[in-house]
Design a protein around this ligand. Structure first.
Ligand SMILES: Nc1ncnc2c1ncn2[C@@H]1O[C@H](COP(=O)(O)OP(=O)(O)OP(=O)(O)O)[C@@H](O)[C@H]1O
Length: 319
């Protein structure tokens, strides 16, 4: 991948909290690389550092150290803002965000709230109809926001993030608190954006299933550290089928198999083999039987994405 095609790139991005001598890196030397035009799923358990990272990308929190480059322009260098205020605003103008539940004027309608945001963002009000149509809220635009459901409020938040045609959208847990139908609707909406509107989206979630259904790229953060970053496809290759075998004497079996140059590892009561052809399976069983080692159980085993997440983070993810 061409280095310039990363819309977000960070180097050793760090944020520490706490008093001097007792600081804790809640984001610890994170190197993000978000390719252009993708949906980048930023996955991690609660408290992993997702919101803090995204707020630093938006200039809402000052990093303690590291570099940030947004849309090919240095944004933060050595923990300090690398741009003057004008160029910083130019970058931020090309970036839309939905961070935490957005607040609105409840006594005003959805459209009126968007009109205020247009003024703040210096965006022509004619864009309002476009963004309302993208989030499918034309019919609710004249209702007071105080009467909106949570799902409608989130969609209005997405609409306001889309004002100004941003090239980059940062969405922090956009489906939080939504019911299953709302979650699906929001997910489909997000999915449709890169292709239809040529934007790159970074979306955070603690739900593996959600990232699995939405993202092309995945970054997994745990305890402030980025522990995986690659395409979703590559994450899935970690869940390749394996053969599991239990024998009367696994330790001896392991030695026999090693002597026969058969690749295998021990995991608790089982011997694990990478994806094995029928011929290889026959060969390894015959090697064991010839040595008088009884084969008690043989089964095919496929790690689920949840297993992979668990082994990477040591934490159960919500499903
Ligand atoms: N202002 C702050 N002062 C001290 N610690 C903070 C502050 N803000 C966040 N933290 C801590 O930083 C860690 C990361 O928080 P962050 O909100 O980034 O996590 P997250 O991955 O977004 O989790 P969640 O999904 O629960 O929001 C947490 O341990 C949190 O308690």
């Amino acid at each position: 991948m061409n280095k310039n095609s990363f819309v977000i790139q960070t180097t050793n991005l760090t944020k520490a909290y706490g008093k001097s001598g007792q600081t804790k890196d809640v984001v610890n030397k994170v190197n993000l690389a978000v390719p252009q035009g993708c949906i980048y799923g930023f996955l991690g358990p609660n408290g992993a550092g997702k919101s803090t990272t995204m707020k630093m990308l938006l200039g809402l929190i000052k990093p303690t150290g590291g570099e940030i480059s947004i849309l090919g322009t240095p944004f933060v260098s050595q923990g300090k803002t690398a741009l003057n205020e004008k160029s910083r605003l130019t970058i931020l103008k090309q970036t839309g965000s939905l961070i935490e539940s957005p607040s609105y004027y409840g006594h005003l309608t959805g459209r009126e709230n968007l009109e205020i945001i247009c003024t703040l963002k210096n965006v022509p009000t004619k864009e309002i109809s476009q963004v309302l149509s993208i989030v499918r809220m034309e019919n609710q635009q004249d209702k007071k926001v105080g009467h909106y459901s949570l799902g409608m409020k989130q969609r209005l938040g997405l609409a306001s993030a889309l004002l100004g045609h941003p090239k980059l959208l940062l969405l922090d847990e956009p489906t939080n608190g939504l019911d299953p139908a709302g979650i699906q609707e929001m997910r489909e909406l997000i999915r449709s954006l890169p292709e239809n509107y040529h934007m790159t989206i970074m979306v955070s979630s603690h739900l593996l299933s959600e990232i699995d259904q939405m993202a092309d790229y995945v970054g997994i953060i745990n305890k402030g550290q980025l522990i995986f970053q690659d395409s979703l496809l590559r994450l899935h290759t970690h869940s390749k089928k394996q053969l599991r075998l239990r024998t009367g004497n696994n330790n001896r079996a392991l030695c026999v198999l090693n002597e026969n140059k058969i690749n295998c590892t021990m995991d608790k009561d089982f011997l694990l083999f990478p994806e094995t052809s029928d011929d290889e399976t026959a060969r390894l069983i015959s090697a064991l039987v010839q040595e008088g080692i009884s084969v008690l159980r043989i089964e095919e085993y496929q790690k689920s994405l949840e297993d992979i997440f668990l082994s990477l983070t040591g934490k159960q993810v919500s499903l």
